[in-house]
Design a protein around this ligand. Structure first.
Ligand code: PBG
Length: 301
């Protein structure tokens, strides 16, 4: 249970909920309701959440400026959650896609991702999130060299205690579709992310990416997506023996829920079996939208 990390989506307002149509059971919540929901999750034993904001389209710019705003929805949510539930670890995503009018994780000019300009914004995004109370900074953007630069900036600003979990082995996957609906980046996305996310056919590159990010100071690494990439989880864990996390992504979750809704799968058994498979592959932590339901199921086992 303590291995589960619950990804949550936050929206503006008070008393607001929005169901995510492509992810049955997942609801975007305004900060007040998110604080309540995380309290319930914590009581069930889920002691970590990963926060993702759905940013108002009027705040999106080509440089993703809102990402570095200390009073952004994301930073206000971090402060509220830390104040109410200090025992719950906060993984805070670092990437520009929720803030970028092009829907990409980095700044795009003339169709090309600008690696170094993007890193400057990612550093500022990391610093405002650390100042707001993030426990773990989680760069999911896949720009080259960002881990070392973010680590140095955090250390210099007095945030040596803030950890970095790198999305080191992140594939350009078809399984992210429902997430892009959830944060509202899918409609905006121009083109695809194949220049910075990895080719699903490639294994060794994942190990090189992990090695680089560890060398630059990552405390833990993420493999993403999950079930289709268990071989990568196992190789990373066996090669590096570092905390290795895995993300059961939105499309994997949607597949399970759609099949269960049709009576084609036993939901509870499928949820628990998929989580067991991650443990079998050696994962130390599991990001899953089913974290709270899994905690309930595990309690009643
Ligand atoms: C990108 C990001 C993605 C997810 C989380 N952060 C993928 C993407 O849009 O490339 C996907 C998570 C999921 O599908 O559940 N910053």
């Amino acid at each position: 249970m303590t291995d589960l990390v619950w990804p949550v989506f936050v929206i503006e307002g008070e008393g607001q909920t929005e169901a995510v149509a492509s992810m049955p059971g997942v609801t975007r919540l305004s900060i007040d309701l998110l604080v309540e929901a995380v309290g319930e999750a914590s009581a069930l034993g889920v002691k970590a959440v990963a926060l993702f904001p759905k940013v108002d389209p009027s705040l999106k710019t080509p440089e993703g400026r809102e990402a570095a705003n200390p009073d952004s929805l994301m930073c206000r949510a971090i402060r509220a959650l830390k104040a109410a539930h200090p025992e719950v670890g906060l993984f805070c995503d670092v990437a520009l896609d929720p803030y970028n009018s092009d829907g990409h994780d980095g700044i795009v000019r003339d169709g090309v991702i600008l690696n170094d300009e993007t890193i400057e914004v990612l550093v500022r995004q990391s610093l405002v999130q650390a100042a707001a109370g993030a426990d773990v900074i989680a760069p999911s953007d896949m720009m080259d060299g960002r881990i070392g630069t973010i680590r140095d900036a955090l250390d210099q600003a007095g945030f040596a205690h803030v950890q970095i979990m790198s999305y080191a082995a992140k594939y350009a996957s078809a399984f992210y579709g429902p997430f892009r609906d959830a944060v509202g980046s899918g409609g905006a996305l121009k083109g695809d992310k194949q220049t910075y996310q990895m080719n699903p056919a490639n294994t060794d590159e994942a190990l090189r990416e992990v090695a680089m990010d560890l060398d630059e100071g990552a405390d833990s690494v993420m493999v993403k997506p999950g079930l289709p990439y268990l071989d990568i989880v196992q190789r990373v864990r066996e090669t590096f023996a570092v905390p290795t996390l895995v993300y059961q992504v939105s499309g994997e979750y949607a597949m399970m829920k759609a099949a269960a809704a049709n009576g084609w799968l036993d939901n509870d058994k499928a949820v628990l079996e998929s989580l067991l498979a991650f443990k079998r592959a050696g994962a130390n932590g599991i990001f899953t939208y089913a974290a709270v339901e899994a905690a309930r199921l595990l309690k009643s086992c």
